[in-house]
Write a protein that binds this ligand. Sequence first.
Ligand SMILES: NC(=O)c1ccc[n+]([C@@H]2O[C@H](COP(=O)([O-])OP(=O)(O)OC[C@H]3O[C@@H](n4cnc5c(N)ncnc54)[C@H](O)[C@@H]3O)[C@@H](O)[C@H]2O)c1
Length: 352
Amino acid sequence: MSVQELVVRRGRRSGVTTMVAVHSRVLGPAVGGCRFKVYPDVRDAIDDVLRLSAAMTRKCAVAGLDFGGGKSVVALEEVPTPERRRDILLDHADLIASLDGAYLAGPDVGTGPADMLVLRERTPHVFCLPEEHGGTGSSSGPTAVGVLAALRAGARTVFGDASMRGRTVVISGYGSVGAHLAADLVTQGAEVIVSDVDEHRLRAAAEQGLRRVAPDQVLGVEADVLIPAAVGGVLGPATEVSAPLVVGPANNQLTEDAVADELAARGVLWIPDFVASAGGVVYTLGREKENLTHDEALARVETLEDTTRGILDAASANGTTPLAEANVLAEARLTSGAEPRTPSPREPRTAA
Ligand SMILES: NC(=O)c1ccc[n+]([C@@H]2O[C@H](COP(=O)([O-])OP(=O)(O)OC[C@H]3O[C@@H](n4cnc5c(N)ncnc54)[C@H](O)[C@@H]3O)[C@@H](O)[C@H]2O)c1
């Protein structure tokens, strides 16, 4: 995985190490979220920022966005006080500003629209400001809309129809996106089971009447659909997954790309996370950079259903995996700069 630029700096106010990875600017300025997280070692943070920035490149390319992939990480040693948090964010903002618009930052795990406002004090290169400050606020709702669009395409492939009525869906991570998904799926008539490591989130789920399962049992729950909506790296070579369809917003769900082949061989349809999780960035950048209306931007998020369907059709026609076809789609756009929003089945290969 090659990255165009990685900048790591110790903040002058806070002494905390923050970093920005610009993975690709072939399609436009690099966009990505700012992750604010405690890491055991700064090298873990560097691994994270590199992997996440590469995923953003594929996400933007597949979604047809004229932006490249980037990511930024604040590598905390411990959870800071509110005053210290502000200093850390200002340090991070100075780092983003030094890149002169090569990287635009939005919220990610550990940050939200209010933090973008702090970054904005030092750099204009931020998006997802709070709505009262002219931004579009949290992207969790549109991200959930995109996951549901990808889910419809996956359900048609696996079950022959997109309806979630009577289906059992297990969601790992009852956070911002997970809660949106749960509420929508209940409305659609699905039985929803959720899991979270945070007691407060579990209580919120109980208040909504949702069944709960322990985090270490979530993958084995007998369900039609598994939605990873918590953290990355949850699907490894030996991971047993009960549900025949896996689709969710968590970034970098696979520990390595080869897991996609293993899941396919076991009859599990896994929809690449960088396809299913693009709704937030599609909506936000559409509104904030192209001045689309709310409805226009949401309609663009809904096109992720067609994009996913094209990927799944190509995988079944070519005897490959959705990951392979999503990568083909991303590469095609990155090498040609053209606009192929959906892939087409390739000519059958003939023996040499
Ligand atoms: N919010 C967005 O717009 C967006 C966009 C693209 C991708 N994503 C990704 O989707 C995922 C969810 O995003 P979010 O905004 O809802 O985050 P969030 O922080 O609001 O929610 C994540 C939830 O997962 C829980 N969790 C953490 N570890 C867990 C574990 N091992 N098992 C079960 N639950 C666990 C947390 O307690 C939290 O409630 C993240 O991986 C994020 O990077 C989010």
